[in-house]
Design a protein around this ligand. Structure first.
Ligand code: AMP
Length: 394
């Protein structure tokens, strides 16, 4: 995939109606109050850049899973209200997406004015990437900016289809994702280290397969490490294991040896006899038959940290243990600290690893924290992301 895409800075947007696909999929409480406004804050640089250019801005996004129906619970109105406060100007809320209200309000926009369309997923055609729906969206505007990295791995009407009808560029969020992650994957500073963890091997197999001939070292923690341990004939007790992935794990380990790539697995563990917030933590080097691995042990933490501290580039996806429970969070916390201290470029995939880095207070120390979980995984797998591939090359 070509990562050298035109950006919002390459637009001559003055006086033009610009459709901007944002990721306003914010968490809300039962009363519709926004409980975490990070995604709104992160959208501001792109919106402000267009405001400064004197564009007429038409924002759009999805929120939740309304499954193709107009459901008031999923209205973007709270986002429009919060955006108005943050920008200090009125963000006009449209009561539909491509209907009469949207048409009238977008047509009435003056330079430097903003409106927000209703939830694009109120139309089932959005997720089907329906050509007529994409065309109707495009007819509202003259230019298109995609800044929703979190949905860029999906070919939907507002993330990709619309680019068939309008000049299309990326906003600052996508620009940073493709610049930092794209460079790390194409031209990394060595030693290049991938840190992989989390619940399932099956989610990360494709990442390891794509990265194994690019990296110098892969550090594997989390539940997925036990499938690899078992593939090496080591005891894993009642740890989570994907039996149907043992062969793949074995082959990957052999391929890495052939390539001269180090794959490091945990050599000591924090275990428990069951999974749960009341689980009692025990330290062990060899996992007993009636115990499950819940976190990496202190020797492993030290080995992994040493590799990370000396790395030129580190990409991390998936926690090292059950970090949600304090007794099993040390591995994830210390690996996050090592990444924060490393002189190398530190890149955290979205989802749980990003949540962990936030939780432990190291977010500000990372070079890049991806704004998309699934999208960053697919990026690391070397897949083409439709929401990026559709943008105009520089
Ligand atoms: P993922 O979404 O695949 O990155 O997985 C994240 C989840 O993996 C988190 O909720 C962790 O609690 C969980 N996890 C990490 N290590 C383990 C482990 N040793 N056993 C069970 N779950 C784990």
């Amino acid at each position: 995939m070509n990562y050298n895409k035109m950006t919002v800075e390459d637009l001559a947007a003055k006086g033009k109606r610009v459709l901007v696909r944002c990721d306003f999929n914010v968490p809300q409480d039962e009363n519709g109050n926004i409980t975490d406004e990070k995604r709104i804050i992160e959208s501001l640089p792109t919106i402000k850049s267009l405001l400064n250019q004197g564009a007429r801005i038409i924002l759009c996004s999805h929120l939740g899973r309304p499954k193709g129906e107009f459901k008031p619970k999923y209205t973007l109105k709270p986002v429009a209200d919060r955006l108005s406060e943050l920008l200090g100007l009125n963000v006009v809320m449209c009561s539909d997406v491509i209907g009469d209200d949207a048409k009238a309000k977008t047509a009435a926009l003056q330079d430097g004015e903003i409106c927000l369309l209703e939830n694009v997923r109120f139309h089932a055609e959005e997720e089907k990437n329906d050509a007529d729906f994409a065309k109707s969206l495009a007819l509202l505007a003259e230019l298109y900016v995609n800044d929703a990295f979190g949905t860029s791995h999906r070919a939907h009407a507002s993330t990709a289809g619309v680019a068939n009808y309008l000049p299309a560029v990326c906003g600052y969020l996508i620009k940073k994702e493709i610049t930092v992650m794209g460079k790390a994957l194409e031209n990394p500073r060595h030693p290049f280290v991938a840190v992989l963890g989390g619940a399932k091997v099956s989610d990360k197999i494709a990442v390891i397969e794509h990265l194994v001939d690019k990296v110098d070292t892969v550090l594997i923690g989390g539940a997925m490490a036990y499938t690899f341990k078992k593939a090496c004939g080591r005891p894993i007790g009642i740890s989570r294991c994907e039996e149907d992935k043992l062969e793949i794990a074995k082959n990957l380990l052999l391929r890495a040896v052939g390539l001269g790539v180090n794959i490091l697995l945990p050599s000591d563990h924090i275990v428990s006899d069951h999974y749960g917030p009341d689980a009692k933590a025990h330290y062990t080097k060899h996992i007993p038959d009636d115990m499950m691995g819940m976190d990496i042990g202190h020797n492993t933490i030290e080995r992994f940290s040493r590799v990370i501290l000396r790395a030129g580039t580190i990409v991390w996806n998936g926690p090292m243990g059950v970090f949600e429970f304090p007794d099993f969070s040390e591995g994830t916390k210390t690996i996050a600290r090592a990444m924060a201290k490393s002189v190398g470029t530190s890149i955290v995939g979205g989802g749980d690893s990003a949540a962990a880095v936030e939780k432990f207070g190291y977010a500000g120390w990372m070079d890049h924290i991806s704004t998309g979980g699934g999208a960053s995984l697919e990026f690391m797998e070397g897949l083409e992301l439709p929401g990026i591939a559709c943008l105009n090359d520089k």
